[in-house]
Every structure is written in structure tokens, then in C-alpha cells.
Design a protein around this ligand. Sequence first.
Ligand code: PLP
Length: 392
Amino acid sequence: KKVLTDRINRIEVSATMAITAEALKMKSQGIDLADFGAGEPHFATPRHIKDAAIKAIEDNHTRYTAVAGIPEVRKAIVERHKADFGTNYAVEECVFSVGGKHALFNAIQVLVDHGDEVVLPVPYWVSFKDIIQYAGGIPVYVESSESENFRITAKMIEAVVTPKTKVIILNTPSNPSGAIIAPSDLESIVRLAHAKGIYVLLDECYAYLNFTGACISGGSFTDCKEHVLVLGSLSKTYAMTGWRAGYALGPKALIAAMSKLQSQSTSNVSTPVQYASIAALTASQECIAEMRADYIRLRDRVLEGFKSIPGLTCTVPEGAFYVYPNIKAFLGKGGLNSAADVASKLLSEAHVVTVPGEPFGTTEHVRLSYAVSEDVIDKGVARMKEFFAKLS
Ligand code: PLP
């Protein structure tokens, strides 16, 4: 008898996690790495959030809660979105999950059946494809153009919609490209989907790391709410990746279905984490503006550094904390035949951690997270320059 199910064989280990594991192994051997691999802030979680978690534990907020989260945390999310994006969700239209990835997984499980088409812009965050395939869905890719800064437009989405389309996934700002969707395009896509009865699943994990100042959410188009599911996360916004706090905002019936699935799997998010999240969402949001300013500075530093590497080209990301340089000029040299080769040799020979483009759906790029110190950026860029120079 076969051991593993077909569905588990349809997916791969998360590529970013695989790279992180390899980098950790090298670090434990004492190797000094310039690590641009993991997609997480280099900042510590702000003090007031940590204090709220400690207080919750001291106050014995350590028992099970409602599966979808205590009303206070859901209210805090709803109010935050109302203040920042003009949305009008009720508490029952919010579920608090074990990270944005968990909310995404639950959302796809309740929305996508075998054979349903799910529109997915390329490059895409690694987990989208696998989570769709786990549910039996069929990803329908929408190629973006590097010369247009990887921007996705309403026209591009419209061109691939069919009667089998169930969901359109959007991620703005994007991991890995840092591209954003123009507010007018986002509105057109949401209206198109609403008219056709298609669900827009908007991954807004980097919504607060939008450098253009265009503060917009899929939920902002309140007359189309019925077909919009917003996914959010505290991971990047508040430097809380390890806490595992994310959420979804959407139609009551969908949220109820996601909560039902959560009731049969993880149950509630860790209770002290819920209290810490209330503090994150309700206290002054100044920490976000400070971190965002820092990311812009770090982005500019990497891009400036890249200019000193002949052959390397890179779009200017407008959000998140990734750069997605094109490495085509080096393919065919020094035994490098793919982005995977480039990332692998950058790690083994130059001790620079990057993630190859293939799991994001492109073959000529590597992704670097610049949520690191300036020293790491300078060291990493210098090592890359030397590595690529030796090839030619
Ligand atoms: N969505 C995108 C686009 C991401 O890049 C990530 C994390 O890297 C997530 C969702 C999930 O974040 P978390 O599960 O930590 O909330």
C-alpha cells in the first residue's frame, strides 16, 4: 500500500524554508553568511507588544479562546482597517489565524474545489501555487512584464478569466518583486470579479510597506465586499513573524467556513499572542512608519550597490522588502545554467544567501530580502560583485 496521499505529493517543501535550513546549517558550522534569504524583518518586535504578551501570561490569559479569536482582537483588526482603508467589516467578518499563511490555506480550502481555476500573477509568492494544488485547483498564470516593473493590470487579469475561474489571487505589494497594483487597476479587477461572481483573494501582508503612499485595500470597495477576501498578517507590519498572527476579512459565510476548518485543526491562535496583537493594532502606529522609512533607505542602498555589478539589472520595488534582480547575463557562464544554479553557487562559493526565481515562477531572477543591516548589504553586494566578475 502506498504511504502518502496524492494530495501531499502535489506540493513541495516551501523553497524559502529550504534555503533558510541550509543557511542555518552553514551558520552553525561557523561560516559567515550575508543572509538575504528569509523574508522577515530584522527589527525586534516593539517593546509595547512584548509587554502585552508578558502581561497576558501573568494575568493567566492562557486558556482556549473562541476558535476565530477573542472579540477584542477581531474588533481591533476591523477598526484598524476601517481607520486605515475606509473598510466597514463587522467582527463576524473577521477570523484570526495562525499567521497569514494559515488564513490563506483555510481560504483556499473553503473556496477551491477540484478543477476550479485560480488566477495567479507571475512572479508569485511560493506558497500560493502549492496551496492551490493541495486543494485540487488549477493555477492559471498571468505573466507580468519586467519592463513594466512587474505590474499587474486589470486588462491582464481580464484576459485569462474563464467560466471556470473561481478565485483571483492578488498580492500587493508583491513578494518577490515588490511591485504594486495601481489603485485604479485594483478597483477594476474587484469590480470585474464582483460582476462575474469570482472571489478576489487579496494578500495584503505587505500593505503597510507600500512606499508609494497609495493606501488602499481590496475591502475599500465596499459595494463589492461580497466577493473580496482580504488576508492580513502582523508578521511583517509589526516585526512579529515568529508569533504567528494573521487574519482574514471577508463575507460572513466564508469566514464562518474558515473558522469551521480552523476548529478542526489548530483551534485558536495562542492566547497571549492574541493579547499582544491587540496592543500592536491599537497602540500608536508610529513604529510602522519608522520601519518603512528604514526599508526605503535599505532598498536604495541595495539598488545603488547593484549598479556596481556589470550585467545585473533590477526593477525598482515599490513596496515589501525584496529586490528581484535579473541574472540572465550570467547564465551559460561558469557552469551556471539556471537561477537555481546561481543561488546555489552564491551560497556555496560567495556565502551569500538568496532564493532562486524558479519557485516564484520565473527562471532569470534571484530574490534578496533587504530586511537586514547596512553592513550585511554592503558585505553581500561586494561578495556578489566579486562572484559575478570571476565568471566573465
Ligand atoms: N503572504 C505573503 C505574500 C508572504 O510573503 C508571507 C510571508 O512571507 C505570508 C503571506 C505569510 O506570512 P505569515 O504567515 O507569517 O503571516
